[in-house]
Design a protein around this ligand. Structure first.
Ligand code: GLN
Length: 505
């Protein structure tokens, strides 16, 4: 396997600017890797035929002495929830098969402007609904650590692409954990920024009050570099914050070299029962807390009594918003149209199209959402869920008055086997018990690899949460712990990933 694909995005960027490697070579190395392993992993729904041309354009500009962005020439995988003009966008659904967008999502446009090379579009649960990528209409993605296991979801494609060294960087979206939970089960880093911190213009909406776009990478610094490119105010997204953000890459560098853990108050949630977590997940979490403490952090027990209602509230708010957002897939405006025999009415065409175009999980949530919003039930369901959401926000406010960050395991278990939870929606939903509260409150969260579970050898992640607007704190703390962990392991966790069939190490 070529060394190039082993480099972090930061390393590759340095070698590109030093002229030690060209963007064409780097892009070709990743395309070769995709050709070698993606038949097994299936991280990509589409590989960009224009990737080498985009790489050549960067190499030409560099040769001409143009001032380039530090990441110019580095390849990037893009979750298929983000619309792109040069490649189809499906959001993992049959209803959008072959759909070509007339415009780029803002994050994609910003990535292109910085000279990042779009490698392709990554697989995902249909419309980002799921925790395993098994709900993709195009077949599941497999976990590069063990091909019989899921890569998490909904952004399993982006996480697997990065974990399998098919891409150094990827974009994801996180509505209830779809960046952080896949990061946890694939040994990668994922960040859900503060709500409004990254534009959602051109991100196909799942639940608009929860959705955030963010980076998926192998190191905290790489996430910071990508976040710096995609983040910041976008007038095309009315929920976009106008904050001036610090450099997240700088925050990560500071964390990696400084002693930011000294005196840091890390909150651990009293109500999260140890018993709900797989033994190896709980053990890895405790080991990380010990390491934080050994580096000068103070572990403080905090109480967030309403967290346990997060999943219940989320599965009313999300379906309600999703049922409304998905109403636009009506056979008229986008994608698929199925016309039944005879003299069908418009309604007949719409229902035949939605019947054929949506998968079971999407239908389940549309039914849940329309029910929760229906006259007479609105206050009992949607209204109550919104009240719970406010209580969870208050829990966060109270907690952050006492501590700098909150730490939790990023998910209850390591990657489960394909097929294990697909017929049991509730079991699937419970994967996001620790990630969902951040979306309900709009606060940022990061998942970084914390080790391997003893019982199955699969990766485990630790999540940090910070107050809204304090994303930089997550980069500092994440990079500090990452450095301490890598020192204690002797090498990054991903170097212990098993060899992939068709690939090689
Ligand atoms: N797994 C969660 C769900 O199914 C989260 C999805 C997401 O973040 N897009 O809704």
């Amino acid at each position: 396997m070529s060394d190039i694909i082993r480099w972090t995005a930061a390393e590759l960027a340095d070698k590109l600017s030093a002229g030690e490697v060209s963007s064409r070579e780097a892009t070709q190395a990743h395309l070769d890797r995709i050709a070698a392993v993606d038949g097994d992993v299936h991280a990509f729904l589409h590989v960009n035929e224009g990737a080498l041309a985009a790489a050549d354009a960067i190499d030409t500009a560099r040769a001409a002495g143009e001032r380039l962005h530090p990441l110019a020439g580095v390849p990037l995988a893009i979750k298929d929830v983000l619309v792109t003009t040069d490649q189809p966008t499906t959001s993992g659904s049959k209803i959008l098969e072959g759909y070509m967008s007339p415009y780029d999502a803002t994050v994609v446009a910003r990535a292109r402007a910085a000279g990042l090379v779009p490698l392709g579009k990554t697989n995902m649960d249909e419309f980002a609904m799921g925790s395993s990528t098994e709900h993709s209409a195009y077949g599941p993605t497999r976990n590069p650590w063990d091909l019989d296991r899921v890569p998490g979801g909904s952004g399993g494609g982006s996480a697997a692409a990065v974990a399998a060294f098919e891409a150094p960087l990827a974009l994801g979206s996180d509505t209830g954990g779809s960046i952080r939970q896949p990061a946890h089960v694939t040994g990668t880093v994922g960040i859900k920024p503060t709500y409004g911190g990254v534009s959602r213009y051109g991100a196909i909406a799942l639940a608009s009050s929860l959705d955030q776009v963010g980076p998926v990478t192998r190191t905290v610094l790489d996430s910071g570099l990508l976040h710096d490119v995609i983040g910041g105010h976008d007038p095309k997204d009315s929920t976009s914050l106008t904050d001036a953000w610090p450099s997240f890459a700088e925050a990560a560098r500071e964390g990696a070299r400084g002693d930011v853990l000294k005196g840091l108050k890390v909150g651990v949630i009293k109500e999260l029962p140890d018993s709900g977590f797989q033994a190896g997940v709980a053990a890895s979490f405790r080991a990380s807390l010990d390491l934080l403490e050994a580096n000068g952090a103070e572990i403080v027990e905090i109480s967030t009594p309403h967290f346990e209602y997060g999943v219940a509230a989320y599965y009313l708010i999300l379906p309600a918003e999703a049922s409304s957002n998905l109403a636009k897939f009506d056979s008229v405006r986008f994608g698929l149209r199925v016309t039944p025999d005879g003299n069908p009415t418009v309604e007949d065409v719409m229902s035949a199209t939605r019947e054929a175009g949506f998968g079971d999980e999407v239908k389940r949530r549309i039914i849940l959402g329309t029910y929760a919003l229906s006259a007479g039930y609105y206050d009992a369901y949607y209204g109550s869920a919104q009240k719970v959401r406010t209580l969870i926000q208050r829990d966060f406010d109270n907690a952050f008055a006492e501590v700098d960050v909150i730490a939790t395991p990023s998910a209850p278990t390591t990657a489960f086997k394909l097929g294990a939870k697909i017929d049991d929606p509730l079991q699937m939903y419970l994967n996001d018990v620790t990630t969902i509260p951040a979306n309900l409150a709009g606060v940022p969260g990061i998942s970084i690899p914390s080790g391997l579970a003893e019982e199955d050898g699969m990766p485990v992640g630790i999540q940090f949460l910070a107050p809204a607007h304090e994303d930089a704190r997550l980069y500092r703390v994440g990079a500090a712990l990452e450095t301490a962990l890598v020192d204690s392991w002797g090498a990054p966790l991903l170097t212990r990933a098993p060899q992939l069939p068709g690939g090689n190490r």
